[in-house]
Design a protein around this ligand. Structure first.
Ligand code: ZN
Ligand code: ZN
Length: 329
């Protein structure tokens, strides 16, 4: 098998040959068909996450076919196509696991962060944490891959944002371009906020049904019920709080963010809420995939060969992508 290995933070990934591993008890081995490139990969690459182990194979939006199963695995079966998301494993016994919050598990394993992920031709995964992605429903693995993180985390953020009709999305990348389609199918109005002057992203947002698109420093034409921040920029927090109505929510959807500047208490006053989304549960996975199917969500992807992983990360960092980058081994 081949992997693109990150030996230590900040070093270019290098193509390495490895012996094909045998799945252990409770594991499956997948032949990878596609792996999405997520902003979190950049945070692991930059050494910004304390959870990360090095050397590591990045990638937690994996679509692949089960090629071998370990002891005790009854599902998925050989030949089935599955998705492997960020939550690679939860302990099942801690307080959070016992209370339906495995996303907050005290002893989790994260795909492509504390366990090798999908920038590879093959990978091992815990069978119980794979999501079914049957080939008849997901015929193009490249288009399915971004659903697994950009989609799932966005979906969790949207449910935490509440039932409000007017939703602001700060940062119009992989997550927002999927989420806008789900939000529109629920009859919501979406307000897309981009970097100042990023006309291309604003045009892209309008093409996907944004009611309004503009710079993140602008005030939207209407008060928002809730806002979700996908860009890892702390200065967006006060801007988003300023844009939501009394009692509205601001949800931070990223795993890492630059420091939030101080802001007047009046921005939070009137029962506005500020919260973060951490990881995902398997239930989120099933719920989002169902919602995405109902909304007939389509992914806009740019495909890269596995060996072009460094280029894909660079393009994501520079913000030159519309939609999501996907590696095809
Ligand atoms: Zn746990
Ligand atoms: Zn991700």
């Amino acid at each position: 098998m081949k992997v693109m290995l990150l030996r230590e933070p900040g070093q270019p990934l290098s193509l390495v040959e490895r012996v094909l591993p045998q799945p252990g008890a409770g594991e499956v081995r997948l032949r990878i068909a596609a792996c999405g490139v997520c902003r979190t990969d950049l945070h692991v690459y930059d050494g910004e996450l304390p959870q990360a182990h090095y050397p590591i194979v990045l990638g937690h939006e994996i679509v692949g076919t089960v090629e071998a199963v370990g002891e005790g695995v009854t599902s998925p079966r050989e030949g089935e196509q599955v998705g492997v998301p960020w939550l690679g494993q939860a302990c099942g016994i801690c307080f959070y696991c016992r209370h339906g919050q495995e996303n907050l598990c005290d002893d989790p394993v994260f795909t492509g962060c504390s366990r090798d992920g999908g920038y590879a031709t093959h990978t091992l995964a815990r069978a119980a944490f794979c999501l079914p992605m049957p080939k008849d429903r997901y015929p193009d693995p490249a288009e399915a891959a971004p659903l697994l993180c950009a989609g799932l985390i966005g979906g969790r953020a949207l449910s935490l944002a509440g039932e409000g009709e007017r939703i602001g999305l700060y940062g119009f990348g992989a997550a927002a371009h999927l989420l806008i389609q789900v939000a529109r199918s629920q009859g919501r109005q979406v307000f897309a906020f981009t970097r100042e002057g990023d006309e291309e992203a604003q045009v892209f947002a309008r093409s996907l049904g944004a009611f309004w698109a503009g710079a993140s420093t602008e005030r939207p034409p209407l008060e928002l019920d809730a806002a979700i921040i996908f860009a890892p920029a702390g200065e967006l927090v006060p801007l988003a709080l300023r844009a939501v109505r009394k009692g509205g929510s601001v949800v931070c959807g990223g795993i890492h963010m630059s420091d939030i500047p101080s802001f007047p208490y009046s921005l939070l006053w009137d029962e506005r809420r500020l919260l973060s989304v951490a990881n995902l549960t398997r239930q989120d996975g099933h719920a989002f995939l169902a919602a995405a199917a109902a909304a007939k969500v389509t992914s806009h992807v740019r495909r890269y060969a596995l060996a072009q992983a460094n280029e894909a990360l660079d393009d994501l960092r520079r913000g030159t992508l519309q939609g999501a980058a996907v590696l095809i081994p």
